[in-house]
Design a protein around this ligand. Structure first.
Ligand code: EPZ
Length: 421
């Protein structure tokens, strides 16, 4: 899946027009792939999966666990009947943070599991203390050997767990772990993201009994047997939001299919407030921008349903095309302004008001060569380049391929002049 050509050449300044079917959500599919390990019988068929490297890596890990995985177009069929608790090579684990989501399902299925500390990434230290402490409070024993963690659920029991903050991954691990744990397990201060809800919907379709997903309290009644199902995960709200912000930058009119507008409520509010026109009918959202936009002044990320951290870099890119000064605060991750130095190459003026808040303005913008340093930041540099007349280049686009299915083809289909080289 890794593409040898690792840069985009962009001739910016063109409007975007047309219709896009938004890919299925990366952050829904990854935990759902992990949860397919919980099926006691039958196949799990996941419909219309995004063709991105994080998904292919996750499926490679499942194959290492001896799960049968077959590909049928964009559908994957998984059969865990012969799954075994083999050691997963650390390289693969370290190559992708989302392997931490395997903790709950492997522990439930095999009763013991070993994971290597997933390590941080560029946007933050990404500790897993909430995952560890929550499982411990359910009677799981945890031992550390170097950078390996050994978990033993032999004496695990149902119970109530309160998260110190609503971690998506920790909530998803706990839900997977408790699905077959005899008794009633309650998660207090659970993450409320749509991807958490989708995982719970998938597990309930398999026969689990999970109540309250999407709220701060989730209750899981352990079930003895779960069956494989055919399931279509939700559309990717972050990819949808990225396209919407691209239209706000480039102008034009684009209709997005396979979206749930309520998943992007905060973004839609802001884009309408600054002058975009957004209509929603069924699961089609149409966004257009004709005249120049107003400043958004200040936004802050937060835990869902607050403004999503995964769209924060895209808002930084948008802000260099807006009048006046705009402020962006990031409260979820500690180092998520990586694209600031790249935007300054384009002519942006960026002032750090504190470690987690920046103020951005720009007078003259010029097309230059940029380097992607993380997934969402890389996509945001593409947005900025699409909005600036002249030839730009974004390199290290393998970061973007982790979460966006052929981003360049999607924007080319909408009229952008963008090629992979
Ligand atoms: C998920 O990551 C997403 N990834 C991230 O998307 C997303 O940004 C994040 O949730 C927040 O919405 C996937 O779903 C695969 P968290 P996750 O645990 O679960 C701290 C993308 O671009 N924390 O909710 O790792 C943590 O450091 C990616 O698609 C602890 O302190 O996020 C962070 O500050 C990026 N201890 C905050 O919580 C823990 O044990 C939120 O992290 C766990 C987390």
């Amino acid at each position: 899946m890794k593409n040898k050509k690792d840069k985009f050449i962009i001739n910016g300044g063109k409007e975007l027009h047309g219709k896009i079917v938004v890919q299925t959500s990366k952050n829904a599919v990854l935990p759902i792939i992990s949860a397919s390990l919980l099926a006691d019988e039958g196949d799990v068929e996941l419909v219309n999966c995004p063709q991105i490297t994080d998904v292919s890596n996750m499926l490679a890990i499942m194959r290492k666990l001896n799960v049968k995985v077959s590909k049928h177009g964009k559908n994957y069929v998984l059969n865990p009947s012969q799954a075994s608790n083999s050691k997963i090579d650390c390289r693969l684990i370290k190559s992708m943070r989302s392997s931490i989501f395997l903790l709950g399902s492997t522990l439930s299925r095999f009763k013991t599991t070993t994971i290597s500390l997933p390590g941080g990434c560029k946007i933050g230290a990404r500790p897993i203390d909430i995952h560890i402490n929550s499982l411990k409070s359910l009677g799981v024993e945890v031992k550390t050997f170097g950078d390996q963690l050994f978990f033993d659920a032999t004496h695990a029991h149902a119970g109530s767990v309160e998260l110190k903050l609503p971690s998506v991954g920790a909530t998803e691990n706990l839900v997977q772990f408790a699905c077959k744990l005899p008794g009633k397990t309650t998660i207090i201060n659970a993450a409320r993201e749509p991807e958490v809800v989708d995982l719970c919907h998938f597990l309930n379709a398999m026969g689990a009994k999970i109540v309250g997903a999407g709220g701060k309290k989730i209750t899981i009644y352990g079930q003895a047997n779960l069956k494989g199902v055919k399931y279509k995960p939700i559309g990717d709200r972050i990819v949808a939001g990225t396209i919407m912000i691209a239209v706000a930058i480039c102008g034009g009119k684009v209709s997005l299919e396979n979206v749930e507008p309520s998943h992007n409520k905060k973004l839609i509010e802001i884009l309408c407030r600054i002058g975009c026109k957004i209509d929603t009918k069924n699961d089609i959202l149409t966004i257009s921008k004709q005249n120049s936009l107003m400043p958004f002044n200040r936004i802050s990320t937060g835990f869902y349903p607050a403004f999503p951290t995964d769209l924060q870099s895209q808002m930084l890119a948008l802000s260099i095309f807006l009048p006046a000064k705009n402020r962006v605060k990031e409260i979820v991750f500690e180092n998520r302004f990586l694209i600031a130095s790249e935007l300054e190459k384009l002519g942006a003026e960026i002032k750090y008001l504190s470690q987690n808040e920046v103020e951005i303005s720009a007078q003259n913008l010029a097309a230059v060569s940029l380097i992607a340093r993380d997934l969402r930041g890389g996509a945001s540099l593409v947005l900025a380049s699409l909005g600036i007349k002249g030839q730009s280049e974004v390199s290290s686009v393998h970061y973007i391929d982790r979460g966006y299915e052929s981003l360049e083809k999607m924007f080319a289909k909408l009229g952008a002049d963008i090629k992979r080289e």
